[in-house]
Design a protein around this ligand. Structure first.
Ligand code: ATP
Ligand code: MG
Length: 418
């Protein structure tokens, strides 16, 4: 038997219903907040991720799926969504048009990680990116959209953790302070952190292994190394969040795992046991330098991404795990009735009614059972005798009441009764 590759999974049954509901809600929310859908390729040139996500990030050092195509091009399956959106923004010269552009995406990402609860090798991220605004109101909007969406999905135990990384020059000052604080004790940290110390010491704060080490608990705070401009900006973001009634916690240890972040970074954490250490259900921040780093003009941006597998795992509201009942089930016996069933089903579906009928040669008795299994509200009972008089019998599957309806009025009747 052929099995699915390690770290991938099938979405079936109740989980599939949940995912469908989440996807519908994402589209609905993004529409209301005026975000437009964007789709970028599943694979991009390897260089794109090296230059954006960063050479020293976990993603680039150990998680990418890299391959060469048959013409020896170096390609990478996308591990995240921002790099592709920014590449597309620059390549299509969208910076010349009305800004900001507000995009949302929802698609598959690939990372070679150790699989576990809420950690997969193939996973789905929904995210938004705002390109062309440095307004702190956008920081607040990018945080509030997923927060409100999760609330709508029934989440109650959410915390927004937020930090301010400031401008490049602020981070450089902090980096020096951090290096001199850590230097005498660096051997006490894990081997990854010893490497990070050489390549990108800020990333040590994000280490999952050394999280509880006192050395890391007492590091200097990045918030003490911010310029006045950066501090004022951060205050404004927090003020807007308060206006929007979003509970936040300032956490000066949040640096995020990708190199391109500056100023505001945040995580939305869900305190559910099933998630274990994979309890960050959304994360993001500002990346005011990335468009320029990738060859475009200087354009300030902000975005976030959320792992839908983690959202599904943590979501337990049963209303989201039942399939919607079918409006109508059409029952028939002979070929003439079946032809009517096929055209009637099409007309009803076009009119916004959900319909199905048997395609496995079931007896009439088991067609009734099938209608019940699909929780059909109305049964359309086709029989040749009725049809020859231009009539169709409709039965309410709850009250068991039956009516003979004129064939020409059947669509209107079903639409108003379904
Ligand atoms: P973590 O610290 O949990 O590994 P990360 O810093 O790698 O997360 P990001 O790159 O910021 O995460 O991705 C944003 C979101 O995507 C995460 O908060 C999480 O919800 C989801 N995500 C990341 N990696 C995975 C994965 N391997 N499987 C499922 N979801 C993931
Ligand atoms: Mg990770």
């Amino acid at each position: 038997m052929i099995m699915k590759p390690k770290g991938t999974y099938d979405v079936l049954g109740k989980e599939a219903v949940k995912l469908e509901k989440i996807n519908q809600l994402i589209e609905y929310f993004c529409d209301f907040y005026n975000y437009e859908y964007i789709r970028t390729p599943l694979f991009e040139s390897r260089e794109l991720f090296h230059r954006s996500v960063g050479e020293s990030s976990d993603i680039v050092t150990k998680e990418t799926y890299d391959f060469k195509d048959r013409s020896d091009r170096e390609l990478t399956l996308r591990p995240e969504g921002t790099a592709g959106v920014v590449r597309s923004f620059i390549e299509n010269k969208l910076y010349g048009e009305n800004l900001p552009r507000k995009f949302f995406y929802n698609g598959t990402m690939y990372r070679y990680e150790r699989p576990g609860n809420g950690r997969n090798r193939e996973f789905t991220q929904f995210g938004i990116e705002v390109l062309g605004s440095n307004d702190p109101a956008i920081d607040a909007e990018v945080i509030s959209l997923p927060y409100r969406l999760f609330e709508e999905l029934g989440f109650k135990d959410l915390t927004v953790k937020i930090n301010n990384l400031g401008a490049k020059k602020d981070r450089e000052k902090y980096r020096e302070a951090l290096v001199s604080y850590l230097k005498p004790h660096i051997h006490e940290l894990c081997s990854d952190c010893q490497k990070r110390f050489e390549t990108n010491p800020l990333r040590i704060l994000d280490c999952k292994v050394d999280q509880d080490n006192d050395l890391l608990k007492n590091v200097p705070s990045i918030l003490d190394y911010q310029s006045k401009e950066s501090q004022d900006r951060f205050k404004k973001v927090l003020q807007y969040l308060t206006f929007l009634d979003i509970d936040y916690e300032v956490d000066d240890k949040i640096v995020r795992g990708l190199d391109y972040y500056d100023y505001t970074v945040f995580e939305i954490v869900c305190d559910k046991e099933v998630l274990g250490s994979a309890n960050t259900i959304a994360a993001g921040g500002r990346y005011n330098g990335l468009v320029e780093d990738l060859g475009g003009p200087s354009i300030p941006c902000m975005g976030f991404a959320s792992g839908l597998e983690r959202v599904m795992l943590a979501m337990d509201d049963p209303i989201f795990s039942e399939r919607r009942p079918l409006n109508c089930y059409i029952l028939y016996v002979n070929e003439e009735e079946k032809m009517k069933a096929i055209t009637l089903a099409q007309d009803l579906r076009i009119s916004g009614v959900s319909v199905d009928y048997d395609t496995t040669g079931r007896s009439l008795k088991s067609q009734f059972k099938e209608a019940d299994r699909n929780q059909a509200e109305l049964l359309i009972l086709l029989n040749s005798e009725d049809l020859s008089k231009g009539l169709i019998t409709v039965k309410d599957n709850k009250t068991k009441e039956e009516h003979k309806i004129d064939e020409n009025e059947i669509i209107d009747y079903i639409v108003s009764n379904a």
